[in-house]
Design a protein around this ligand. Structure first.
Ligand SMILES: *[C@@H]1O[C@H](CO)[C@@H](O)[C@H](O)[C@H]1NC(C)=O
Length: 313
């Protein structure tokens, strides 16, 4: 209970983006467009996968989960960012800040686990095509998704509870556009060493292990294709894995760079741009990279539009 007798903060100020005021409207429009694209693109994928029975396979059910997670992930930060860009006093209550942090961690981790699950799914599909349906049974799929939810719930809760222990008494200005864990730690007036150790260890487990698993999966896919090269196999593998890897490296690259290798000479602007990369850009790009370029998805879209509008057989 130490620190309780000091005046504790009841709200924080989110400084938002380091923008000159003449660019505010431009960026407001840009972010609004990006947010709407994220929502619509991901919703389209979820609806398409639900409606089309050809897409009721493990790969698409994971994709649908990823879209759901993307949709929520960007909804944790974007509406608040857009609202704060318009308001004079961009404040957020203490409880709101912790809630935002919880859901940010929750959906961020979920995304990370789902990317691993999807990489494993592709690994089984390409390296053991004959056993794919037996290995990737509906039961295993549900287990993998449930496991991701449970792990990510505990991880987010751990950090949020550790943050709730700290007292905040002095400065309440967060130089960021959402309640970022590391920005909050800098404002705390109690000892943050436990938090830092936990961030480092859990961050290592939660980010580096999934990242390595993904790399191993794709490396085995590539080596299995090179063993028996066929033009069709190579094309198929590159079209799926190339795009997967680009999303994976954008997401993990920025997150690992920000949380595991924080350096004192990182400017706020650079950190904000990196944070924008994985909070705004990856959730927006995922639907396009994973799904909408994909032939099955395009055919499903065609079938559904056709059925609904023109009563095709
Ligand atoms: C997520 O994946 C599980 C397991 O494959 C599936 O049952 C569920 O419908 C998916 N959820 C969404 C929102 O797509």
């Amino acid at each position: 209970m130490k620190g309780r007798n000091q005046t504790l903060l009841s709200e924080f100020l989110l400084l938002g983006l380091p923008l000159q005021s003449k660019y505010e409207i431009l960026f407001y429009g840009l972010f609004l467009t990006m947010y709407l694209t994220t929502i619509l693109g991901n919703l389209l994928i979820i609806i398409l996968i639900q409606l089309d029975s050809h897409l009721h396979t493990p790969m698409y059910s994971f994709l649908s989960n990823l879209s759901f997670s993307d949709l929520c992930f960007s909804s944790v930060t974007m509406p608040k960012l857009l609202k704060n860009m318009q308001s004079q006093v961009p404040s957020i209550p203490y409880a709101g800040c912790l809630t935002q942090m919880y859901f940010f961690l929750f959906f961020g981790d979920l995304e990370s686990f789902l990317l691993v699950v999807m990489a494993y799914d592709r690994y089984v599909a390409i390296c053991f095509p004959l056993h794919y349906t037996r290995i990737m049974s509906p039961k295993l799929c549900v287990c993998l998704v449930m496991l991701s939810w449970v792990l990510t719930m505990f991880h987010a809760l751990l950090h949020t509870l550790l943050m709730a222990r700290l007292s905040f008494c002095g400065d309440n200005v967060i130089p960021h556009f959402f309640c970022d864990m590391s920005a909050l730690l800098k404002l705390a007036c109690s000892d943050t060493s436990i938090n830092e150790v936990v961030i480092f260890i859990m961050g290592g487990i939660i980010l580096v292990i999934p990242f390595l698993l993904i790399i191993v999966s794709y490396a085995r896919i590539v080596s299995s294709i090179l063993k028996a090269p066929s033009a069709q196999g190579i094309r198929k593998a590159f079209s799926t894995c190339g795009s997967h890897l680009s999303v994976v490296s954008l997401f993990y690259g920025t997150v690992i760079g920000l949380y595991l290798c924080p350096s004192a000479n990182n400017s706020t602007v650079k950190e904000t741009v990196m944070a924008l990369m994985y909070t705004v850009v990856t959730p927006m790009l995922n639907p396009f990279i994973y799904s909408l370029r994909n032939r099955d998805m395009k055919e499903a879209l065609g079938r559904i539009i056709c059925k609904k509008m023109f009563f095709c057989p």
